[in-house]
Design a binder for this molecule. Structure first.
Ligand code: PGA
Length: 254
């Protein structure tokens, strides 16, 4: 059984004091809810404070939104895996479509970061997904296949089973337009089939595949019910502590 994993991708939102206020309410709301793994992914500036508040408790783990593939060096403005590890970061989101489109990250760049994350014992949450033009042109499977092949190139089976894949159709991110549970399930099943062909069925069966794109308290349960949807990467709706707690609860119960 794959344990559901729900991540709050705060993007460029939340100051340190806002993050503290969020956690105060959120941790109270979820109480002992242990049915799903929760990952809070704040901006870099709030990582230290969120880490301190979460401590070693199991209520939620810490994630980062990006990192550089090198350990250190002359890369002004960048953050490395060892810097994240020191703050007890466990997960790192890589290849988010905003990183790909706004900051020009290619599958090759994503792959170097995935390698660096795994080498530093950080679990990558690797984002893949098609644009609306690609969907309309019937290219969903080709796009996903290529992003998996290039982005996860070189992983052994243990590394693959530690990775999380986030299927985020670009047209559903921040648009309020969610993929239907059937559309999402179809893509997730294709992703798992591709993993089983490129690695093996037993490993593919262990990999958690999150859905992302306008997940809200109102649609979380129907998405989480699908057999190959193992959690959610939540943007906008993760900024509200009560709403995000509802999403976690919906996942814990499916
Ligand atoms: P959204 O963002 O939930 O605001 O659509 C999801 C994401 O970008 O990870």
């Amino acid at each position: 059984m794959r344990k559901k994993i729900i991540a709050a991708n705060w993007k460029m939102h939340m100051t340190v004091s806002e993050a503290e206020a969020f956690l105060h309410t959120f941790l109270h709301e979820i109480g002992d809810e242990a049915g799903a793994e929760v990952v809070i992914v704040p901006p870099f500036t709030a990582l230290a404070k969120v880490s301190e508040i979460l401590g070693r408790g199991q209520a939620a783990k810490l994630g980062a939104q990006n990192m550089h593939a090198e350990k250190s060096g002359a890369f002004t403005g960048e953050i490395s895996a060892p810097m994240l590890r020191e703050l007890y970061v466990r997960y790192v989101v890589l290849g988010h479509s905003e990183r790909r489109t706004i900051f020009g990250e290619t599958d090759e760049v994503v792959n170097r970061k995935v390698r660096a994350a795994l080498d530093a014992a950080l679990k990558p949450i690797v984002c893949i997904g098609e644009t609306l033009e690609q969907r309309d042109a019937g290219q969903v499977e080709a796009v996903l296949h290529s992003q998996i092949e290039k982005g996860l190139h070189g992983l052994n089976t243990k590394e693959l089973s530690d990775a999380v894949i986030a299927y985020e159709p670009v047209w559903a991110i921040g648009t309020g337009r969610t993929a239907s549970p059937q559309q999402a399930q179809e893509a997730h099943a294709f992703i798992r089939k591709t993993l089983s062909e490129m690695w093996d069925a037993a490993t593919a069966d262990k990999v958690r595949i999150q859905y992302g794109g306008s997940v809200k308290p109102q649609n979380a349960a129907e998405l989480m019910r699908e057999p190959d949807i193992d959690g959610a990467l939540v943007g906008g709706a993760s900024l509200d502590p009560r709403g995000f707690a509802e999403i976690v609860k919906a996942a814990a119960h499916h």
